[in-house]
Every structure is written in C-alpha cells, then in structure tokens.
Design a protein around this ligand. Structure first.
Ligand SMILES: NC(=O)c1ccc[n+]([C@@H]2O[C@H](COP(=O)([O-])OP(=O)(O)OC[C@H]3O[C@@H](n4cnc5c(N)ncnc54)[C@H](OP(=O)(O)O)[C@@H]3O)[C@@H](O)[C@H]2O)c1
Length: 246
C-alpha cells in the first residue's frame, strides 16, 4: 500500500459506498468492505487505491476478526466511513426478531464495533475522522419503518456519545445522511449518490476546531435533539422548555 492516508469504507459494493470509493480513491487508500467483494474487485479493477475486503456485518464475531486482520496488516486507520446499511419496510406486527437483529447488527452494532477497533489507533495518533451514515428516518419515524428508524436512532445516539468521549482529542465523529439518492435500497431516489461528496469531503477535512457529534445532510447541519437547556433531569426539575400538562 502507498503512503496515502488509509480510509475504511463499508458498503462499498453499491450506491453511495461505490460512488464514495471511486471519489475518495483519488486521495486515500480505500479499504472497501462488503459481502459482494467480487463486485468491488470488478468495479475497481485497475484502481490500485481501492482494496476490496469481505465483511458480513450481520456476523459480528466474523467482522471483529476481519477488522483485527485489517488493522494488523495495515496499521492504524484514521479515516472511517461506516456507510453499509439495511433498509427495511415492515409494519410492527409483521416484523420478525430476525429482521430486527439483522438491522441492528448492520445499522448500529457494526459501526460501534468498527469504532471500538479503530479508536485505540486514533487515540494513539491523537487524530481521527469518522462519518457514520445515518438517515432522516429516526427524526421522522414514518409508519412502516420501525426497525430502520430505531436502529439508525441507536447509531445516532452511539455516535454523539462516542464524539463526547473523544472530545479531548482531535477525533471528530459525525453523522451524515447522503440525501434521497438513487441506489439499490432506493431505486427511485431522485438524486445521484455523488451529491453527498461535498459533505463527505467537508467532514473528512474538518480542522481541530470543527464540529463533532453532529448531523449533516447535503451541506446542511440538521438538529438531532430539541433544545432542552436548563432542564435538570437528575434533580427532576423541568422548565419553560417543557409543556406542563399536570
Ligand atoms: N439511498 C438513500 O436515499 C439513503 C437515504 C438515507 C440514508 N441512506 C443510507 O446510506 C447508506 C448507503 O445506502 P445506499 O443507498 O447506498 O444503499 P445500497 O445501494 O443498498 O448499499 C448498501 C450497502 O451496504 C452493504 N451491506 C448491506 N448489508 C450488509 C452486510 N450484512 N454486510 C456488509 N455490508 C452490507 C451492501 O453491500 P453487500 O450487499 O455487498 O454486502 C451495500 O454495499 C446506508 O447506510 C443507508 O441507510 C441512504
């Protein structure tokens, strides 16, 4: 591998991940993960800066071994995009526990596992840039999307917490939604995946004073939480930010 910075990207076999692998391989050595690794190999044949690697993120022990192997072979990875995701439209009564488990593993637990594995190297280097790909779904909670929305909500909460845990160092961990883009999961998406590139570039090149633990979408910052400043949860004291009903 060359002296370029390394970037770990999940979900590189289609949609947003495919377009990011192409875009980012101009300046990073992209370790490009997915189950359909042959597809990445074919798409990037001749591109020495895309390194396909098999990852099945429903299999957490297998993912852990694969990440250990990647880090042992390549050393610390200071740029990460947790992009892989499962989209599921299924009403509450029809959802199965297997669907929930798969969604949870791919959308929330595997980004946590990736972070857990790369953070020691980032802490040692005092630098890291992580983008966790989320969605507007957990902010909208539309009927039919409980598993998708809830698992992306778990990703959001994990990301904001991790950002706070790393705030003393130059490690920025942010959320991004690509936009309503055309992909395998969203074949009728009105935009091309490339629309997310400027926001990705912005988040990967943040300076030390840049934001962390925040949510970005098509160049906008999206508020994740209502403003509840002054509510004293630990002492059970509300204020005018809460509507009193009793
Ligand atoms: N498209 C949109 O409008 C939209 C909107 C909001 C958020 N997003 C988010 O954007 C991200 C990318 O989605 P996309 O639109 O590009 O969809 P996509 O074309 O369906 O791509 C999903 C990617 O995730 C990978 N993946 C799925 N299950 C996996 C597993 N078990 N193990 C490893 N990799 C797995 C797939 O690779 P393999 O199948 O080869 O494993 C594929 O590369 C997702 O996190 C999605 O939630 C998309």
């Amino acid at each position: 591998m060359s002296a370029r910075p390394k970037l770990l990207l999940t979900g590189a076999s289609s949609g947003v991940g495919h377009s990011l692998a192409k875009h980012l391989s101009a300046r990073f050595d992209v370790i490009a993960g997915a189950r359909r690794v042959d597809r990445i190999r074919e798409a990037f044949a001749g591109n020495a800066h895309v390194h396909p690697c098999f990852l099945d993120l429903t299999d957490l022990p297998g993912t852990e071994s694969a990440l250990d192997r990647i880090l042992a072979e390549r050393g610390p990875i200071l740029h990460v995009i947790n992009n892989a995701g499962i989209f599921l439209k299924q009403g509450i009564e029809a959802l199965t526990s297997e669907q929930w488990a798969n969604c949870l593993n791919v959308n929330a637990l595997s980004p946590w596992l990736v972070l857990k594995k790369v953070l020691p190297g980032m802490r040692e280097c005092g630098f890291g840039r992580v983008i966790n790909i989320t969605s507007g779904a957990p902010l909208n909670c539309s009927p039919g999307f409980a598993a998708y929305s809830a698992t992306k909500a778990a990703l959001n909460a994990m990301t904001v917490t991790a950002a706070k845990e790393c705030a003393a160092q130059d490690i920025k961990i942010n959320l991004m939604s690509p936009g309503p883009v055309h992909s395998e999961m969203a074949p009728t998406g009105p935009m091309e995946p490339e629309v997310c590139h400027p926001t990705v570039d912005y988040l990967l090149s943040l300076g030390t004073d840049g934001p962390t633990g925040r949510f970005f979408w098509l160049g906008y910052e999206v508020p994740l939480f209502p403003d509840l400043a002054g509510v004293n949860w630990l002492e059970g004291k509300g204020n005018e930010k809460l509507r009193k009903v009793l």
